[in-house]
Design a protein around this ligand. Structure first.
Ligand code: SF4
Ligand code: SF4
Length: 173
């Protein structure tokens, strides 16, 4: 018959003293650590350039939208959250959106629209909060989505920077 030979435990081990001491140590350390409870919503969430909040449309310094209504973001959106209708303009760029809706209840903040856009016209903002009283109100139209370029500049710089990294690594390979 095969017998498993077990190690003889000391009294200290049988009383779980090392484990108890370790657990007490963890508790004591946790008691004296700075508290991390956030008093939300009075105390907002910290955001950085990496924060991938809700997508917003860039309004350039001259007041025109950067979007040329090409529809690439609409095609790239895995949640079918974007709806665009384009129209002609008499400005240098020939098209702009007449309608640009994002259903924020469908949006999963994936950032594919930002990646797909060839005109740097849509970026993920640092706006994270989303609450309203009806589903309809959370279908954001073009006016709700517009943001001055300066408000998105931190994110724009970050995206340019990470794209630059890919560009230099593909050119060296
Ligand atoms: S972030 Fe993703 S889900 Fe939201 S609109 Fe853009 S592509 Fe669609
Ligand atoms: S936001 Fe960009 S990808 Fe989307 S329609 Fe406008 S130009 Fe095209």
């Amino acid at each position: 018959m095969f017998v498993v030979k077990r190690k003889e435990l000391s009294l200290r081990e049988r009383l779980f003293l090392p484990e108890i001491a370790r657990a007490l140590g963890h508790s004591l350390r946790a008691i004296f650590k700075p508290k991390i409870t956030r008093q939300y919503p009075e105390e907002g969430l910290p955001t950085t350039e990496v924060t991938r909040g809700q997508p917003r449309l860039v309004v350039k310094e001259d007041g025109a939208m950067a979007c040329v209504s090409c529809g690439l973001c609409e095609a790239a959106c895995p949640a079918y959250a974007i709806t665009i209708d384009g129209q002609e303009t008499d400005r240098f760029i020939e098209r702009e959106p007449e309608r640009f809706d994002i259903d924020m209840l469908r949006c999963i903040l994936c950032g594919f629209c930002e990646e797909a856009c060839p005109k740097d016209a849509i970026f993920m903002s640092d706006e994270l909060e989303l609450a309203d009283y009806s589903r309809e109100a959370l279908k954001y139209d073009i006016e709700k989505l517009k943001r001055p370029k300066a408000a998105l500049q931190k994110r724009i710089d970050y995206v340019y920077r990470i794209n630059e990294r890919w560009r230099s690594s593909s050119s060296t390979s």
